[in-house]
Design a protein. Sequence first.
Length: 558
Amino acid sequence: MEKENLLKRNLLALSSRHRELCSRLQGADGSTGHYTFLESRSGELIPAHKDKEGINRPLHSMIDPGKEAKRLIDAVEDYGFLILLGLGGGFYAEAALENENLCTVLVIEYGLGSLKDLLFHRDYGRLFEDPRFLLLVDPGEEELKRFLLDHYQPLLHGGIRVIPLHSRTNPGAMDELGKNPFSMAAGAIQAAIDSVSGDYSVQAHFGMRWFSNIIRNLEPAFNCAYSLPNIHRAAITAAGPSLSWQINSLREKRKERFIIATDTSLPCLLAEGLIPDAVISMDCQHISYYHFMDGIPEGVLLFLDLASPPLLHTRSGSCIFYTGGHPLGRYISSFSRPLLELDTSGGNVTYAALSLAEQLGAREIEVYGADFSYPQGLSYARGAYIHTLFAKAQNRLSTLEAQSSAFLFRTPFEKKTRPDNSECWYYETKTLAFYRQRLEEKSRFMAAEVIPVAGGGAPISIPYRLNPQWGTIPFTPVKAKVGLGEFLESYKKEIRKLPEPGKRAADYPGILEQKGEALRVFTTMLPLAAAIKWRNPEMGFRELVEETKARCLKEIEV
């Protein structure tokens, strides 16, 4: 009876924030025999795990588990988000939550039945009721990665640390299925951290420029009136060296394809006398100007990310702004000026062009020049801006060849050979491999059939399509819901109304959720805040919020 009452109290404490998990636990079998329970010298009940030889391995110190946990947690520095692999008796989590500056403790556990066994023997109520505590049970690899991407925000949480409960996670510690899933969890956690770190690094570098460009592009974005073409067969041109070899094949199909050129490939096409139907650009840096130095032929549609350099839209009389992943662009599209929304999560303009072709209704998309590598040691197709740039900068001490080599060798790469042609070799960097993999992943889920035209670079593999149904709803341009002046006045008002943060940065979103649109407004400022924090690493969160608000208001009022 005492065990049943203890289970009920634990489930009641868990149900307030983990209702779905609580329901699963109620139906689980807690008599797995996965643990035995031993009493420590300090009087605490310690779960002991049975290894493959049947030997009981205590998960905590048999002398004083609380003191052991405190010593271990105190030795960990610079973290606000702590991941514990294994719950055990909860001593690690309890010691961590004694730190008032800690934002979140996430415990990952495997084995629903063995977890229920723990709840029969120890009181976890204080732990489960702490708003900083999260419990994730039996997550798959993708679920765990997605959970961390949704919950870990470096700007709010600071550093992230992982602590394994060694007796629970060592190779001999099996679950009910005879496996140890913690090795998979460790890989998924690292992949999620790498992804978050990469995103945060990009925000830190470009957050200021994104915000400034978006504000300055609002006037032409609000004023432009346009209609979108409805297409069926598209050709996308990237600027890989293979484009130079494929250009004649594309020329033969010119009348049958709606050609969407990436900005980098535009001068390559024009140099060959081939005029595309549309050009797409997404880079916020001023180097984008180089792609348009020769102008854009009349009648060619120019699709610009709202965060593009402000003067780019003047290069074309047919400019259409779209919003990618920046939260301010999404906010503007929702509340004021509906914009074409493209998937730019692949991190490169070829990926964005694929999303554009899909939005325009294409059912078949050929991709040219997408090498995602350096075939034969070449970086770009003939006519690309980089060749002109190097040619103008060359001298006797810095030849064209020397500049090209320096560009090629600026990052580590691996030399590979195409499986379909042993004479075709290429250099591949981690970044370019990531771009290719993201494009492959997107292609498998698209309604349109993506056909990569074979070249000399890294082969693009699309073995099957997971969603062949025609489900894309084309974007229909509509007028702005409110005028630009009215929107900016409203946005400034909402920024000024943002409340001061509390003691912990991670609590701020919860405070904002209670203030109408405050959370959405603050989200639009996060990339800019990341850039400010990167330049001022010692700045406290409260000061960071005030500085970000001031910078936003200044940019809007200029």
